[in-house]
Design a protein around this ligand. Structure first.
Ligand SMILES: CC(C)(COP(=O)(O)OP(=O)(O)OC[C@H]1O[C@@H](n2cnc3c(N)ncnc32)[C@H](O)[C@@H]1OP(=O)(O)O)[C@@H](O)C(=O)NCCC(=O)NCCS
Length: 153
């Protein structure tokens, strides 16, 4: 059964394994373990951060992570998002991002950005479906995620 939970250190290897199912996406960021350990800080990141996995038992089929930031005058940044090809278009990314939004709201972080390559049409379509607007060529932004989190307005 598919289950969503907070990512633990032990999940980092499973997250990397999950990504191997999509060679086009390239390997997982090798700094992921350091990111979760608070030893790798993306530009303008502050310490608070969290990740979530979608898993069937020990098998991770999707993951996300994000942190607080001042980048692009935002409050938070979505750092990682991946769903294995066999599990796409089932709403898993939507569920993962919703969990990130719920966490951001608990942190008082409402304006959230995400870096997305211009040629990554699926990701652009996904973020658009989640209500993000484009911010230049490489970024998308949610100006206020509270409307997307029940009970957070
Ligand atoms: C982008 C990605 C995370 C989407 O994951 P997913 O679990 O398939 O997304 P969801 O099922 O939650 O999709 C929700 C909606 O987003 C849109 N969407 C998602 N993938 C899409 C695609 N390939 N083409 C067009 N629209 C898409 C659709 O509106 C979809 O709703 P629908 O299936 O009812 O039409 C996944 O394709 C992925 O991991 N890609 C490789 C890694 C990546 O690019 N990550 C983002 C880095 S910025």
């Amino acid at each position: 059964m598919l289950d969503y939970r907070v990512a633990q250190t032990a999940d980092v290897e499973r997250m990397a394994q999950c990504r191997l199912a999509d060679p086009a996406a390239g390997p997982a960021d090798e700094r992921m373990a350091a990111y979760f350990a608070g030893k790798h800080h993306p530009q303008q990141a502050s310490a608070p951060r969290i990740g979530y996995v979608a898993a069937i038992g020990d098998l991770v089929v999707g993951y996300t992570a994000g942190h607080l930031t001042r980048r692009h005058q935002c409050d938070g940044e979505l750092q990682y998002l991946f769903v294995s090809p066999a599990h796409r278009r089932l709403g898993i990314a939507g569920e993962l991002v919703l969990r990130m939004f719920q966490w951001f709201v608990t942190q008082g972080a409402y304006k959230i950005c995400v870096n997305v390559a211009p040629e990554n049409e699926p990701a652009r379509a996904f973020y658009g479906s989640m209500g993000a607007t484009e911010l230049g060529q490489y970024w998308s932004v949610w100006l206020d995620i509270r409307a997307r989190v029940r009970g957070a307005a």
